[in-house]
Design a protein around this ligand. Structure first.
Ligand SMILES: *[C@@H]1O[C@H](CO)[C@@H](O)[C@H](O)[C@H]1NC(C)=O
Ligand SMILES: *[C@@H]1O[C@H](CO)[C@@H](O)[C@H](O)[C@H]1NC(C)=O
Length: 488
């Protein structure tokens, strides 16, 4: 029974196995890992059971072989009897065959195959996830104790985040994580106090906080007074300390940040929010489109220059669920124009038009915007990962049939973070499930509207799903007449 199940699983995994599965860039993929973990433990259980049964059979075989042994090894004289010798040869050969047969029933190789096929997080996923945490800290100005409020980390887990920060030359975050780790050190920790002190003084030195570097080196030296390396280091730090007089405070995070970062944190300046409030909200029929006459869409002007419009309730929860269901098995790492990049941590898929849900959505976008979908890209569904984000960019590509406009559908609410922000104008749009935002990337004369630079803020809490429809210039000649004016 167990053997059959194991075989079945190996075959199944062989069929569904896809290479290059990445977890940290998609929260949804991480949630699928629950199933994978359950399977991993179940198959381990089955494997143990199968081997136990096997061991029992082998033990009884051994017993039988021992009992049936024809010749007494203490009586080698018997071999002189040719019949007895013949009988003995037969016996040994039969025993050998039995043993080969019984040991071949081991499930070891089968189980090894299954293990190599299991979709488990790779080292790259751990690094990516830790890197995502650090990015979240940077943008939302979080200390280790802020970000671990809900889920605390033990000394080893925290040290690993620090190590990733160290490798990214983010010495202050590396320092703060090592400090957090030191605070949680127990006798069960793999990381030692000495290693942590070494990293604490080293990161403080790299950050330029010499007094702190000296403090931790001294501590380390007290633990191990014979360590010459630390002595040399300490001398160097002391020498360097006399050269300067002010040192950056490594314990306190810098509050300076770019416009993009402060928008992500929700620090919209008062003028912007006033202007945003003054903008209107109304029902639209897409300029008298018959399909919208009886079911007008609720539109809200989020910004006037560039014009950013939000459409409410343009996609139902059921449609969203179907879109997610279709997309899930096909998601892969979203790329930028320069390929896979750390500036974009999400997974996405272009959905073909010829399904029952996707085509009607395209039609709805055409009705609402009054633009032709003939040269538009297929609907691109995306799920973000740990600290998932897309740093400031323009949707426009440098080609003659440019992305004239973007229609961005929010397929989930996001508890904290994940806003779409326009740093050049200071606008932050919060994801709201079922709504969409729309703007033109190009002026009427075909030039890129430099105010449309935008970014997807890192997701601090929640699971962000969006769908993008990028609409291109070709086919819009009579719908959005071009202009030679510099200003349009
Ligand atoms: C992080 O913790 C500090 C000190 O405990 C607190 O002052 C600060 O408001 C917290 N920051 C956030 C974003 O929660
Ligand atoms: C989506 O998939 C889930 C899980 O397979 C299923 O329970 C659900 O009914 C599907 N939803 C739709 C709308 O097809």
């Amino acid at each position: 029974m167990a053997v059959k199940e194991l075989t079945f699983l190996v075959v199944c995994s062989l069929i569904v196995c896809t290479i290059g599965d990445e977890f940290f860039t998609s929260t949804d993929k991480i949630s699928q890992l629950f199933e994978e973990e359950k399977l991993l433990l179940e198959t381990f259980d089955w494997y143990i059971e199968a081997e136990e049964k096997n061991l029992k059979r082998m033990k009884s075989l051994l017993l039988l072989l021992q009992l049936g042994s024809y010749l007494d090894p203490d009586d080698p004289d018997k071999i002189k009897d040719p019949v007895a010798a013949y009988k003995f040869l037969r016996q040994v050969r039969a025993e050998w065959m039995d043993i080969v047969d019984y040991t071949q029933q081991s499930q070891y190789q089968l189980y090894q195959t299954l293990l190599t096929l299991a979709k488990i997080p790779q080292l790259e996923d751990l690094d990516g996830a830790a890197s995502g945490l650090i990015r979240l800290q940077e943008i939302y100005k979080l200390y280790p104790h802020n970000i671990t409020k809900e889920t605390s980390l033990n000394a080893d887990e925290a040290f690993y985040v620090g190590l990733v920060a160290y490798e990214e030359d983010k010495f202050q975050h590396a320092f703060l994580w090592c400090l957090y780790s030191l605070d949680r050190l127990t006798e069960y920790s793999t990381i030692t106090e000495e290693e942590l002190l070494h990293y604490l003084s080293d990161t403080a030195y790299h950050f330029g906080s010499l007094p702190v570097a000296i403090y931790f080196s001294q501590w380390l030296l007290n633990l191990d007074p014979t360590n010459d390396e630390v002595k040399v280091q300490l001398d160097l730090y002391r020498f360097l300390r006399f050269q300067g007089e002010s040192y950056p405070d490594i314990f306190t995070l810098n509050t300076e940040s770019s416009k993009y970062e402060s928008l992500c944190r929700g620090e919209v300046d008062e003028r912007t929010s006033k202007r945003q409030r003054a903008l209107s909200c109304r029902y639209s029929t897409g300029g008298g489109n018959p399909r919208l006459m009886y079911a007008p869409v609720k539109e809200e002007v989020e910004w006037d220059e560039p014009r950013i419009i939000r459409y409410h309730d343009i996609i139902s929860d059921r449609e969203i669920e179907i879109l997610k269901n279709i997309s899930r098995p096909q998601l892969s790492r979203a790329e930028t124009t320069r390929g896979v990049s750390k500036t974009r941590t999400a997974q996405g898929v272009f959905l073909e038009e010829d399904t029952i849900v996707v085509a009607p959505i395209s039609q709805r976008i055409a009705d609402i915007t009054g633009l032709s979908m003939d040269s538009a890209e297929e609907l691109y569904v995306q799920n973000y990962g740990i600290g998932g984000r897309y740093e400031p960019h323009y949707d426009e590509w440098d080609n003659e049939n440019g992305r004239i406009a973007t229609f961005l559908i929010y397929m989930s609410d996001v508890q904290i973070g994940g806003a779409t922000v326009f740093p050049e104008v200071g606008v932050a749009l919060k994801p709201k499930k079922g709504s969409a935002v729309f703007w033109y990337n190009l002026h009427k004369n075909g030039d890129v509207d430099l105010y449309t630079e935008h970014a997807g803020c890192p997701v601090l809490r929640g699971n962000k799903w969006v769908a993008n429809k990028w609409i291109h210039e070709f086919g819009q000649e009579f719908r959005r007449p071009c202009s030679l004016s510099y200003w349009e």
